[in-house]
Write a protein that binds this ligand. Structure first.
Ligand code: HEC
Length: 159
């Protein structure tokens, strides 16, 4: 008589489980994501070639800053602010990104022009895009870097 009880329990259990997809382990997912991002940063960094800047010339300083301003407005300002002061809460591919100011007096990259170009080329795990492989030629990376150091910092930087 009692033999049907386990069957009823099993059916009830199955019923309760139906419609609930397995929950992903959030910590494991985040760890996988971090490792994928740092692998892709390392891969792009391995493609960076400092010599590519040796042959870049500009007709004039005005020409250079004009180009830098165009590149900056199109590719950088939405995350870094029009004036380079940084910006909070830009949502990009589902991530909320915040950026720090380029204008602080002791901004580390101001002292190292090639490292600045490398960082723009490569991007980072915090959400900075890999510009060298997703749409900016070395020449435009050069223009954007000059625009930050020779225009934005000169005109709006902390004195
Ligand atoms: C989708 C948003 C986004 C865009 C667009 C973007 N950045 Fe970034 N950038 C970031 C984030 C996020 C960081 C990391 C936080 C920080 O250092 O402010 C960052 C960091 C940087 C850094 C500091 C890197 C370091 O290692 O200290 C530089 C320099 C930089 N960006 C330059 C640029 C330039 C130049 C452009 C345009 C060609 C650009 N960024 C476009 C999001 C963006």
């Amino acid at each position: 008589m009692r033999s049907y009880i386990p069957v009823v329990i099993a059916l009830a259990w199955l019923g309760a489980c139906r419609g609930q997809p397995p929950q992903p382990d959030q910590q494991a997912l985040q760890a996988a994501r971090d490792s994928i991002q740092s692998d892709s940063v390392a891969m792009v960094d391995s493609l960076f070639s400092p010599e590519a800047f040796d042959t870049i010339t500009w007709k004039s300083k005005t020409d250079l800053i004009d180009r830098g301003s165009t590149v900056y407005r199109i590719s950088c300002s939405q995350c870094h602010g029009e004036g380079g002061g940084g910006k909070a809460s830009f949502v990009f591919r589902g991530d909320t990104l915040s950026t720090e100011s380029f204008l602080t007096k002791d901004w580390p990259l101001a002292q190292d022009p090639m490292l600045l170009r490398e960082r723009i080329f490569t991007g980072n795990v915090a959400g900075m895009p890999h510009w060298g492989v997703i749409g900016l030629h070395y020449r435009d990376i050069d223009a954007a870097a000059h625009y930050i150091t020779d225009f934005l910092r000169v005109n709006y930087g902390e004195k």
